[in-house]
Design a protein around this ligand. Structure first.
Ligand SMILES: C[S@@+](CC[C@H](N)C(=O)[O-])C[C@H]1O[C@@H](n2cnc3c(N)ncnc32)[C@H](O)[C@@H]1O
Length: 210
């Protein structure tokens, strides 16, 4: 199931993606129906989308990232995939092709802590605009959860991020949930993942009786 590491110099390699793609993929198998249309936000190297496309053959994935080096890397990992989309979540509207304007799933890993604080609002706004009624926004990464101790490794990571860029840093889950509610989304599931990461599943709020 693992893609062979491409040798082209434009192909980036993330050891963390290589480690976590398996547990995330297993979680996606449990969360997603057999088929659908999915967008990956902040695809980075492309290792995740390559793994998920192979694991979930009924799904039509589209990779995206704002960064030119990511866009150059992704096709080397996933040569059979569609050309990745240059997409920054702050764009409004997202420049989605017609094939991916209505989505069953949006997946985003490890972006919210390494982009401006506004990126959570942008991600949730875009998700609310493009997810179908039963669609899922699935967000992976480290978060601070009120009432639970934050792992020492995550505290150190947070301090390191903030030293590199004051706008970066681990986000509080309660803040993300509040922003989601503004967009008509709610946290439907929260899964604990290896290395003190979480997998968050947001879905549209259902009005009772609607
Ligand atoms: C740490 S990497 C994560 C890559 C990949 N998702 C993973 O987990 O290995 C963060 C990625 O977020 C992307 N990113 C940063 N700001 C963004 C934004 N405003 N909109 C979309 N992607 C963004 C970066 O270009 C980069 O590829």
């Amino acid at each position: 199931m693992s893609a062979t590491q491409p040798t082209h110099p434009a192909a980036r390699y993330s050891p963390a993606s290589e480690r976590n793609k398996q547990p995330i993929g297993e979680a996606l198998l449990g969360l997603l129906p057999p088929q659908g249309i999915a967008l990956e936000i902040a695809s980075g190297s492309g290792q995740h989308v390559t793994h998920f496309a192979a694991l979930l053959p009924g799904w039509q994935w589209l990779a995206s990232d704002p960064d030119a080096s990511a866009l150059a890397s992704i096709p080397h990992w996933w040569p059979q995939g569609p050309a990745p989309l240059q997409l920054d979540v702050s764009q409004n509207p997202w420049p989605l092709p017609a094939s991916h304007s209505q989505l069953d799933a949006i997946f985003c890993a490890n972006m919210l802590h390494i982009s401006g604080a506004d990126s959570a609002r942008s991600l949730l706004r875009g998700a609310a605009q493009h997810l179908r009624a039963q669609g899922q926004l699935i967000v992976y990464g480290p978060f601070i959860v009120e009432g639970l101790p934050t792992a020492a490794s995550n505290l150190a990571f947070d301090a390191d991020l903030r030293a590199r860029n004051p706008a970066w840093g681990l986000r509080h889950l309660s803040d993300i949930e509040a922003i989601a509610a503004e967009q008509g989304l709610h946290l439907a599931q929260r899964l604990n993942m290896p290395a003190n990461n979480l997998l968050l599943v947001f879905q549209a709020q259902h009005t009772p009786g609607a």
